[in-house]
Design a protein around this ligand. Structure first.
Ligand SMILES: Nc1ncnc2c1ncn2[C@@H]1O[C@H](COP(=O)(O)OP(=O)(O)OP(=O)(O)O)[C@@H](O)[C@H]1O
Length: 259
């Protein structure tokens, strides 16, 4: 299987806080990889380091076999253009309409000036996320789920080939969460985009991801297909999965109290 990103020995600290302590991890092209782990273990820091928002202290991130830290400025800029990043809070510009938000990367990143072309692309993107006809609305007029979808459309608009999702379903109800996971799966299948997702929706990731990586103590403690991780004997991972999937013991205790 082709590796699109190869991470080796990646370290990142903030002062005395060692967050990433030697990450070795590959991402396969055109697959969905989920990164899971307890809060504060460094999942977002890892994603931001891959995307170049944060600078690693040590280690290497290679894109299609070429270490990004060795790239010339122009080459690095082109490499960065291949990434799309959907932030946790969708990060829309409040003073801009939906259309202006989605058009922003088309104008600023791709330099597209043709208004008709931009309008068509915005319409196409809104149709992708099932939000046709909301071009003139402002983010404040949208529900949280709609804002996430508009953020998704904006990330998709410049056609990146690697999509990074930071908690795409946080704050959404289970039905909306499922629809966002389904969207990720669709862009992966139909547009052939490589998707890297950090999520606390563990059941969703076990349902949709091809590969799952478990981050603990600054390292990738386990990695494999969902079934392989589910069968893993890694004690920290086991505990994490037991708590992540419905806690039936607590449910049964609660039922006993009610009856
Ligand atoms: N810019 C920063 N400056 C200083 N410390 C930071 C910075 N960004 C993250 N950290 C620290 O890095 C650690 C990991 O944070 P990170 O947000 O990556 O965790 P996470 O696994 O994504 O958590 P969650 O699941 O709660 O989103 C935390 O201790 C956090 O305080």
């Amino acid at each position: 299987m082709a590796k699109i990103i190869h991470i080796s020995g990646l370290k990142k600290r903030f002062g005395a806080n060692i967050v990433l302590d030697g990450i070795d991890l590959d991402f396969e092209a055109k697959k969905v990889t989920a990164i899971i782990g307890q809060s504060g273990t460094g999942k977002s820091v890892l994603l931001k380091t891959v995307n170049g928002i944060l600078q690693a202290d040590e280690g290497s991130i290679a894109l299609d076999g070429k270490p990004m830290e060795a790239m010339e400025e122009k080459e690095l800029l082109e490499a960065r253009r291949r990434f799309g990043y959907l932030f946790q809070n969708a990060a829309l510009f409040d003073s801009m309409t939906v259309e202006q938000n989605i058009a922003f990367p088309l104008r600023e990143m791709l330099g597209i000036k043709d208004r008709k072309k931009i309008r068509e692309r915005v319409r196409e993107m809104l149709s992708w996320v099932d939000l046709e006809g909301i071009e003139k609305k402002f983010p404040a007029e949208l529900s949280g789920g709609m804002r996430k979808r508009v953020g998704f459309a904006r990330t998709l608009a410049p056609e990146p080939d690697i999509l990074l999702f930071d908690e795409p379903t946080t704050g959404l109800d289970p039905v909306l969460s499922e629809s966002i996971n389904e969207l990720i799966s669709r862009v992966n299948r139909e547009l052939g985009m490589t998707c890297i997702v950090i999520s606390h929706d563990i059941a969703g990731m076990f349902a949709y991801a091809d590969t799952i990586a478990f981050l603990a103590d600054g390292k990738i403690a386990a990695k494999g297909k969902p079934g392989e991780l589910a069968r893993s004997n890694h004690p920290v991972l086991r505990k994490f999965l037991e708590y992540s999937f419905t806690n039936f013991d607590a449910y049964e205790d609660n039922q006993c109290r009610d009856s």
